[in-house]
Design a protein around this ligand. Structure first.
Ligand code: NAD
Length: 351
C-alpha cells in the first residue's frame, strides 16, 4: 500500500485534544500514513497552505475566535463548497429521541454562498446605494434610517446547480446501497422567493431532469421539526449554507450529541475533513471531549484516500465502542477521558 500524507490542523480548544488522539489512533492502525502538523497562525503560513494543498488528506479539529481564519481558508479560499455531514445513530449513543434506531441520513450543506459567509456593512452605505430597495411588504431601505447594519445573501445558478448535482450523485450512491434515493431540499423560499426560490427551483429541476430519485422540499422551519419527528424518513437533506449550519447541530443532537457528528468538505479537486462541533471553550483542556466526530471524520478521510475497507473498519470500531458502552466520555454518560475512548476505538479496530 502506498504511503499517504495527512495534514492535521487542530484549530484550538478541544480541537487540539480530539485531533491529537485521532492522529495517535490513525498511527496505531498501522496504515501507511505520514501525518504532518504544520504551524497554524493568522495569516495561515504559506508552508501550511502548500502542505494542505498537496496532502492526500486534511484533518481539521475545531475553530475558535483565534483560528477562524484556518477554517475560512479551508472552506472558502480552497473552495470546499460541499459539506457532507452524516447523521447516524449507533446503538448506545445517547439520543434524546425515544426510538432513534435507524437514523441514517446525510445533511448536505452548500458551503460557499447564501448569507453565512458574512458580507455585512453599515446601513448608511446601503441607503446611499439603493435607497428604494423594498422588502416584501413594501418597506424601503431608506425607511429604516441610516443607523444600523445589513447583511447580503448571494445565490447563483452555478452554485445551486453544482450542489444539486453533488446531491444527486450522493443520493444515487446511497440508493445503490439500499437507501431511499431521495433529496429533501431545505430553503425559506416562501419569504425569500428570489434567492431561496432560485435555489429551490434549480435543485428541483436538476433532480427531476436526472430522474430516478425522489424530490421533496420543506421550508426550513418545517424541516427543523421534521428532522426531530421523522428523522428516519430522511436520505439526503440538501440545505442552503446557514440552514445547513443550524440543522446539522440539530441532527447531530437527535443522533446523540454534537460530539458525534463528522463532516467531509469537497471542492472541485480537493477535500478536507472536520467535526461539526466547535472549540467548546466550556470543556476545553479537561480531556473529556468526545473524539467520535473527529474519528468519524478521519474515517471519511480514509475513504476519500481510497482506503474504503479501513474506513468501514474504523466506523465499525466506533459502533462497537457504543454498543459496549464501557469507554464513553461524559457527554455519553460515561467517565472515560478523550484519549481512553480513542484508544478503545483503536483496540476495537485492531480487534
Ligand atoms: P461548540 O460546538 O464549540 O460547543 C457547543 C456545545 O457542545 C458546548 O456545550 C460543548 O461543550 C459541546 N460540545 C461540542 N463538541 C463536543 C465534544 N466533542 N464532546 C463533548 N461536548 C461537545 O459551539 P459554541 O460553544 O457555540 O462555539 C465555540 C467556538 O467554536 C466559537 O468560536 C465558534 O465560532 C466555534 N465553532 C467552530 C466550528 C468549526 O470549527 N467548524 C463550528 C461551530 C462553532
Amino acid at each position: 500500500m502506498a504511503m499517504k500524507t495527512v495534514v492535521a490542523l487542530p484549530g484550538q480548544g478541544i480541537g487540539l485534544e480530539v485531533v491529537d488522539v485521532t492522529c495517535e489512533l490513525l498511527m496505531g492502525t498501522g496504515l501507511p500514513l505520514k501525518i504532518l502538523t504544520p504551524p497554524q497562525g493568522n495569516p495561515l503560513p504559506e508552508e501550511t497552505k502548500t502542505a494542505a494543498r498537496e496532502a492526500d488528506g486534511v484533518l481539521f479539529g475545531a475553530a475558535g475566535p483565534a483560528t477562524s481564519n484556518v477554517v475560512s481558508w479551508l472552506r472558502w479560499e480552497m473552495s470546499a463548497w460541499a459539506g457532507v455531514r452524516p447523521i447516524r445513530f449507533y446503538p448506545g449513543m445517547r439520543s434524546p429521541l425515544a426510538d432513534p434506531e435507524g437514523i441514517d441520513y446525510i445533511l448536505l450543506r452548500e458551503n460557499s454562498e447564501g448569507i453565512y459567509p458574512g458580507r455585512e456593512g453599515e446601513l448608511a452605505d446601503l441607503v446611499k446605494l439603493m435607497p428604494d430597495l423594498a422588502d416584501r411588504t413594501g418597506r424601503k431601505v431608506k425607511d429604516y434610517g441610516t443607523d444600523g447594519r445589513f447583511a447580503v445573501k448571494i445565490v447563483t445558478p452555478k452554485g445551486a446547480e453544482r450542489i444539486a448535482r453533488f446531491a444527486v450523485e450522493l443520493a444515487r450512491k446511497r440508493k445503490a446501497r439500499g437507501k431511499a434515493g431521495k433529496i429533501t431540499c431545505v430553503t425559506k423560499s416562501n419569504v425569500m422567493p428570489k434567492t431561496d426560490g432560485l435555489y429551490q427551483e434549480i435543485v428541483e429541476r436538476v433532480v427531476r431532469e436526472v430522474g430516478g430519485l425522489e424530490f421533496e422540499h420543506f421550508h426550513v422551519d418545517d424541516a427543523a421539526r421534521r428532522l426531530v419527528r421523522f428523522p428516519k424518513s430522511m436520505d439526503v437533506v440538501l440545505c442552503m449554507n446557514l440552514y445547513g449550519d443550524i440543522l446539522s447541530d440539530l441532527g447531530a443532537e437527535t443522533a446523540g450529541g454534537l460530539g458525534l457528528a463528522p463532516s467531509a468538505n469537497f471542492g472541485d479537486h480537493w477535500a478536507y475533513f472536520e467535526s461539526v462541533h466547535g472549540s467548546a471553550p466550556d470543556i476545553a483542556g479537561k480531556g473529556i471531549a468526545n473524539p467520535t466526530a473527529t474519528i468519524l471524520s478521519a474515517a471519511l478521510m480514509l475513504e476519500h484516500m481510497d482506503l474504503s475497507e479501513e474506513a468501514q473498519r474504523l466506523e465499525a470500531a466506533v459502533g462497537r465502542i457504543y454498543r459496549d458502552g464501557k469507554t464513553l466520555t461524559p457527554d455519553q454518560g460515561g467517565t472515560a477521558k478523550t484519549r481512553e475512548m480513542a484508544q478503545a476505538v483503536l483496540a476495537a479496530y485492531r480487534g
